[in-house]
Design a protein around this ligand. Structure first.
Ligand code: G3P
Ligand code: MG
Length: 382
């Protein structure tokens, strides 16, 4: 059972439409508020309508994101406007099979690795390690140690007494019992040390079955699919945010986690003579993310007076990024027949230019800002 996304308690809405608000570029830009966003949210909330915040941000937990939203939008004292409604890029992992999270060792990378680890443990990942753990366990993993005592200072010993890269012969098939095996790599948000992260992700993707410091004998074998790359039980790679760009107060769009992915793809292609990187994605525009949001909006908390399912007919996705917000909403058609309607605002990533006057993924409507988006949606509801 997912948590309620209407007003907590008995006042949950019976209206058959709801809203999904993107955050960056819709509610604020960096530290700059978007005028009218605060009042719009209060209005929607006070009308008892259902809504969620669907962001590709991550690297923290949902409550911390809600607290930072409250601060930036000056909604301190109105925390119920935000509580239980934030869906981060990696939030759907909360629902992953607990046996995966108990039994597997995952490498987590993100902006603040130690915070990411704590969130991962809160999600149920019992063995979450960070790149910092690896360089502290074995200084030879990475030759450039200048961030070891700053960004990478917080670290923990490897779980179960494992060692990083204990084999001397990388092709050795004699895997030591204390060798570290990684089952999944989770990139949660923008890494701050791309160089280290690309190095250790590469190491794991060329390894034999995810044992750090080994090399797969299948690499580069043209008789195998994908020339043998990532064909030897290497860890699954998950990227929680594909956004190449996002919007802050700076006039030019800033690179997001998708830019890190492009860098990784480029290095991977160069190092493998053109192999395509195999990975899984979460976050907008991924369908699983929209399904998760749709469930949050559709089901009320069983403890509320109505309880159970409250079907929807329309959900308005208000976003600033055609590639994620708009594309995801346009391509999502839930099994219950609800229509997701995309609304693009002009306050964020997308700006009409001479070179590209039309967004690549076309929204139902383009409006100035979140205030006009709600006006348009309410009119559409008659
Ligand atoms: O890092 C966050 C950024 O990629 C986008 O956030 O709220 O616009 O989905 P949002
Ligand atoms: Mg945005």
């Amino acid at each position: 059972q997912v948590k309620a996304a209407g007003r907590p308690g008995s006042s949950a809405s019976t209206k058959d439409f709801a809203f999904a608000f993107d955050i960056d570029g819709v509610l604020y830009k960096g530290h700059e508020k978007i005028s009218g966003a605060r009042e719009t949210l209060l209005k929607i909330h006070n009308q008892g309508l259902r809504y969620v915040f669907l962001t590709n941000g991550g690297g923290t937990n949902e409550d911390a994101k809600a607290a930072s939203l409250a601060k930036r939008l000056q909604l301190t004292g109105h925390e119920d406007v935000l509580r239980d409604r934030v869906i981060l890029s990696h939030t759907p992992m909360r629902g992953w099979d607990t046996s995966i999270k108990k039994d597997q060792t995952v490498l987590i990378t993100g902006s603040h690795p130690e915070t990411s680890r704590q969130v991962a443990m809160e999600y149920g990942f019992e063995r979450a390690i960070t790149p910092a753990d690896l360089i502290h366990a074995n200084h030879a993993v990475y030759p450039f140690a200048h961030l070891k005592n700053s960004l990478h200072a917080p670290h923990r010993p490897l779980p179960d007494g494992k060692r990083a890269a204990p084999v001397t012969d990388a092709y050795s098939r004699e895997i030591a019992s204390d060798a570290l095996k990684i089952d999944k790599i989770l990139v949660w948000n923008d890494p701050r040390d791309w160089s280290l992260d690309i190095q250790v992700i590469y190491d794991l993707l060329v390894s034999h079955q995810g044992y750090l410091g080994t090399l797969s004998s299948k690499n580069g074998n043209s008789a195998l699919p994908n020339n043998g790359w990532q064909q030897d039980g290497q860890p699954d790679l998950w990227i929680s945010n594909l956004d190449l760009f996002w919007k802050t107060e700076y006039p030019i769009n800033r690179f997001g986690t998708g830019a890190f992915l492009d860098a990784l793809k480029g290095v991977w292609s160069a190092a493998t003579d053109g192999a395509q990187l195999q990975y899984n994605a979460l976050g907008k525009p991924n369908k699983n993310t929209y399904e998760y949001a749709h469930d949050r909006l559709t089901y009320f908390d069983a403890s509320s007076v109505q309880g159970g399912k409250q079907p929807l007919k329309r959900v308005y996705m208000i976003g600033d990024n055609p590639e994620s917000d708009i594309r995801g909403a346009n391509e999502f058609s839930p099994a219950d027949g609800t229509e997701w309607i995309s609304i693009l605002v002009r306050t964020g990533v997308w700006q009409p230019t001479d070179g590209e006057p039309e967004p690549r993924y076309k929204p139902r409507v383009i409006v100035n800002d979140v205030v006009d988006a709600i006006v348009w949606a309410m009119r559409n509801e008659g």
